[in-house]
Design a protein around this ligand. Structure first.
Ligand code: BES
Ligand code: MN
Ligand code: ZN
Length: 501
């Protein structure tokens, strides 16, 4: 997580370990993006470096050039932003990815300065966001502490945008820190980040904000009738936790609830996964991590909206008292569910948390979960799915994601969902057909969303992020390998949109 600063220092004079200068690809080949403010001798040196090294300006291309004449920084990092079409402004996501690639590549240097690539405020804002998101390195658990440290301080030079405000920097720094914490939580090993520990971390992180936290332990969950979470947790030697985080500022405009799936390890339970299928299952708490970190960011930014985050935390293990296929459990509120496959555990913990969230009738409920393998099959590793009981909210979530570079795609809940989920022994079964598994999983969740005072269902959207929560491939742009922190930015952007209505 990096500290962000704005400075009016000339790019040639800034004292930093490296100076990042963006390149854009034009019909005349790669050129330095406007507004770098470098002296002529530096520019001609960089132009010949571009020629000699056959640079393209493509997104992701980062080239280190030492000893540029008349530049104080010992190193210039040329970072490609991809094509610029005519005179139209650069796509903010290109800027984020390009500058994120640069700060990621420059890990190990404490202080990096950046020339924003364009003269419009949205370019500066995207530069701040990308730089903050790229300045991340995994905190490993190696016994020799030789991990390379992320860039600590990023100075964004206001070369061409003198009027740009510090509020963009503040927001990017807060959101960058929240995304970094989310990535750390997702990357944490499952023997360390247990449900109990997760609840402790969240409690500690809220200190210094006005967020209140309440933690229900196993005893409280039994008293409260949370049979979904307790059933999933039954085979684990760790306890379950249901954490509620509340941000209730004075003069709040509206209210929204976020609900996250927090399975700290998903073995599948008695319906055990294969070893390969289990490998990434320490990341099955990415939804809860996104909720926790989004609420923290919202609290630090003091957004004028009431936000409550619910984290449904449990470990899904096949211990001697594990739940069985055929078991019937009662969800918070009393409705009963027949367990078909113990590996469909996410929807069970979410059902309890959605029922609880509904009790305070917020204006909208958004849940987020690494819920189904079918999500990855449908949309691949980089795009999340949004399913909803309300098309307007669904569109709002897609737009919030688009505004920050988290791609989300709307999908439908089938009309036969409720009928398909009928059970012969309980009110519901928790699974429909395998084909369209993501859609029927959402159909199951929809059953536990309560009604508003008007008598119609509370507007609800479900984000299935099984794919984009984890980057199994190499790092790219501002996205590291491993936990991506996906969802944090969409939830913060959504809260901002609600607050601005
Ligand atoms: N956590 C998994 C979903 C998952 C799979 C996330 C792969 C990320 C990568 C979830 O609990 C699960 O096991 N889902 C099953 C549901 C099935 C048993 C109905 C699945 O998708 O196969
Ligand atoms: Mn599972
Ligand atoms: Zn799972």
């Amino acid at each position: 997580m990096a500290e962000l600063r704005l400075s009016d220092t000339a790019s040639a004079d800034v004292e930093a370990g490296a100076l990042v200068v963006p390149l854009v690809r034009t019909s005349d080949g790669p050129v330095l993006a406007s507004g770098h403010g470098l002296p002529r001798s530096a520019v001609s040196h960089l132009r010949s470096a571009i020629d000699t090294l056959h640079l393209t300006g493509d997104l992701g291309e980062v080239t280190l050039v030492p000893g540029v004449p008349r530049v104080m920084a010992p190193l210039v990092a040329l970072t490609g932003l991809g094509a610029r079409r005519g005179r139209s402004p650069l796509d903010p996501e290109q800027v984020r990815l390009g500058l994120g690639a640069a700060t990621r590549r420059l890990a190990g240097r404490d202080h990096v300065a950046i020339c924003p690539p364009s003269d419009d405020p949205s370019g500066l804002r995207a530069a701040l966001e990308g730089a903050a998101l790229g300045a991340y390195a995994t905190t490993g658990y190696r016994s020799r502490h030789d991990d390379i440290r992320a860039v600590q301080t990023v100075t964004v030079l206001r070369c061409a945008t003198p009027e740009a405000s510090g509020s963009h920097a503040r927001r990017a720094e807060v959101v960058g820190a929240a995304v970094a914490l989310c990535r750390d939580l997702v990357n944490d090993p499952p023997n360390i980040l247990t449900p109990e520990r997760f609840a402790e971390v969240v409690t500690t992180e809220t200190r210094g904000t006005r967020t209140t936290v309440s933690v229900l332990d196993d005893q409280a969950l039994r008293t409260g009738g949370f049979g979904g979470i307790l059933g999933v947790s039954a085979g684990s030697s760790h306890g379950a936790r249901l954490v509620t985080m509340s941000h209730r500022p004075r003069g709040a405009r509206g209210s929204i609830a976020f609900v996250g799936k927090g399975i700290t390890f998903d073995s599948g339970g008695l319906c055990l996964k294969t070893p390969a299928g289990m490998l990434a299952m320490k990341t099955d708490m990415a939804g809860a991590a996104a909720v926790a970190c989004a609420v923290l960011a919202i609290a630090h930014l003091r957004l004028p909206i009431e936000v409550t985050g619910y984290l449904a935390l449990a470990e899904n293990m096949p211990g001697a008292s594990a739940q069985r296929p055929g078991d019937v459990v009662a969800i918070r509120g009393g409705r009963t569910v027949e367990i078909v496959d113990t590996d469909a555990e996410g929807r069970m913990v979410l059902a309890d948390a959605l029922a609880l969230a509904s009790e305070s009738t917020p204006e909208a409920i958004v849940d987020i979960a690494t819920l189904t393998g079918a999500q990855i099959t449908a949309l691949g590793p980089r795009i999340g799915a949004v399913l909803a009981n309300d098309e307007q909210l669904q569109a709002e979530v897609v737009a919030a994601g688009h505004s920050c570079g988290e791609r989300l795609w709307p999908l439908p809940i089938p009309d036969d969902s409720a009928a398909t989920l009928r059970s012969t022994v309980a009110d519901l079964r928790h699974m429909g057909p395998t084909d369209g598994g993501m859609l029927y999983a959402a159909g199951f969740l929809r059953e536990f969303v309560g009604t508003a005072a008007t008598g119609s269902p509370i507007p609800w959207a479900h984000l299935d992020i099984a794919g984009p929560a984890l980057n199994r491939d190499d790092a790219y742009g501002y996205v590291p390998k491993g936990g991506t922190g996906y969802g944090v930015r969409t939830l913060v952007a959504l809260a901002e949109r609600f607050a601005a209505r």
